[in-house]
Ligand binder design. Structure first.
Ligand SMILES: [Zn+2]
Length: 407
């Protein structure tokens, strides 16, 4: 088994476990493509073609942001969604990247252009090095035109006036936007699994990704996060913009084609009407320079996605319960169920103690109190009042940085 196959199987196993929390009656481990919702069995990630190039796989690794543009994090999606998104949309992020590099004065990268002179057109390359723009004409592409243009250049150089046009590929803005939405959607799926992919808030993005609706109705803000003021740890994270409070939204921070940026964040609404209102509140700040606070969790995502207790993590987090509340609840649940001996309870409490910076005894005291006070529903779900009773402070990463709204 090669490395990629192991990786696919590991992801298949993770998402099928997560899916089983939402569809407990599934007979076999299954993967559901988060975009088109087609179901697949494990054989879909096993390469049976002799070529071993992965071309026959029905489900494959999906880079959240295109690998060719610097995307590093991955999830799983079906082959047909992967291909469609790649050729129709992500392609435009590739064009955008090339264009940015050609115009960046620190690199000598070039793009192919068409240069138009009065004497005719000729293929050329364009780049910017330092303050100078270079247009290099390709003589072989049009030898006759080249000599005429050379004549014209001599004349115009004498008068110190050289006029010519440049034509080059530009990304289709609407398609590039869909590619960014696709990245944000996959990042949310990677972080929250099917709790997000099956939620009503994912529905609108899915419709755009399936080309059932154009991206214009969604029009989600994209924030550019400059290197000089942001924390690089924000790149590739998803989380919540928690201040100013009227702008409370989800964000997915992905690479930017602009080398001066840490990345760009696609902002997505949370649930309900408040979610929509927050997006428009954020839009009202457009073009202004102001402080936003980003909050994300650096935790063991894989174990969280596997855990039954954490299957509603997103909801708790969005509803403002502390993220570690769910972990405390798990401990309480473990004690309550009396299926775990003292040792496993102690191990859980010590893990938690490290995470929250609290004494093990304090955590066990909390848990015991929670049982005594009946802070759990009959099904083991913690009740809302427990959230506040068990809140330890300061376990989240919070950062305040300025941002500029894009356009
Ligand atoms: Zn699909």
């Amino acid at each position: 088994m090669n490395k990629n196959e192991k990786r696919r199987l590991r992801l298949f196993d993770l998402y099928s476990k997560n899916l089983s929390h939402f569809f407990p009656s599934l007979p076999n481990p299954s993967f559901m493509c988060p975009i088109c919702r087609t179901g697949f069995l494990q054989e879909a990630v096993i390469d049976q073609s002799p070529a071993k190039d992965g071309s026959r796989l029905l489900v494959n690794i999906a880079h959240c942001y295109p690998e060719s543009c610097g995307g590093k994090i991955v999830t799983l999606a079906c082959k047909s969604c992967n291909n469609r998104m790649g050729t129709q949309y992500e392609h435009h992020l590739g064009i955008e990247k090339k264009l940015n590099q050609a115009f960046d004065h620190e690199t000598s990268d070039t793009i192919a252009v068409k240069a138009s002179f009065e004497a005719g057109n000729i293929a050329a390359t364009f780049s910017k090095i330092g303050d100078v723009h270079y247009v290099t004409l390709d003589k072989d592409s049009n030898p006759y035109g080249h000599s005429k243009i050379a004549e014209e250049l001599k004349v115009s150089a004498a008068s110190n006036r050289i006029k010519f046009g440049l034509t080059f590929d530009r990304p289709d803005e609407e398609r590039a936007t869909v590619a960014l939405l696709h990245t944000a959607f996959l990042m949310m799926f990677r972080e929250f699994g099917y709790e997000y992919a099956l939620s009503p808030m994912a529905e609108k993005i899915r419709k755009v990704l399936l080309a059932e609706e154009g991206p214009k109705n969604l029009d989600l803000p994209v924030l550019m996060i400059p290197k000089r003021s942001g924390d690089p740890r924000l790149l590739n994270t998803v989380g919540i913009i928690d201040a100013p409070p009227e702008c409370r939204c989800f964000y997915a921070m992905m690479p930017s084609a602009d080398p001066k940026m840490i990345g760009r964040a696609v902002v997505m609404p949370g649930s309900g009407e408040e979610g929509e209102a927050a997006i428009s509140a954020l839009r009202d700040y457009g073009g202004q320079n102001f402080q936003l606070s980003f909050q994300f969790r650096a935790d063991d995502r894989a174990s969280r996605l596997r855990s039954f207790v954490h299957r509603t993590f997103l909801r708790y987090w969005w509803d403002d319960y502390p993220p570690d509340f769910a972990v405390v609840a798990e401990l309480v649940f473990a004690i309550n169920a009396e299926k775990h001996g003292d040792l496993s309870m102690f191990v859980k409490a010590s893990t938690l103690s490290e995470k929250l910076g609290l004494e093990v005894e304090t955590i066990i005291k909390f848990a015991t109190l929670a049982i005594h006070e009946g802070w759990l529903e009959a099904n083991g779900e913690p009740t809302p009042s427990a959230a506040f009773a068990l809140t330890p402070e300061g376990s989240e990463f919070v950062q305040h940085i300025p941002f500029w709204a894009n356009g």
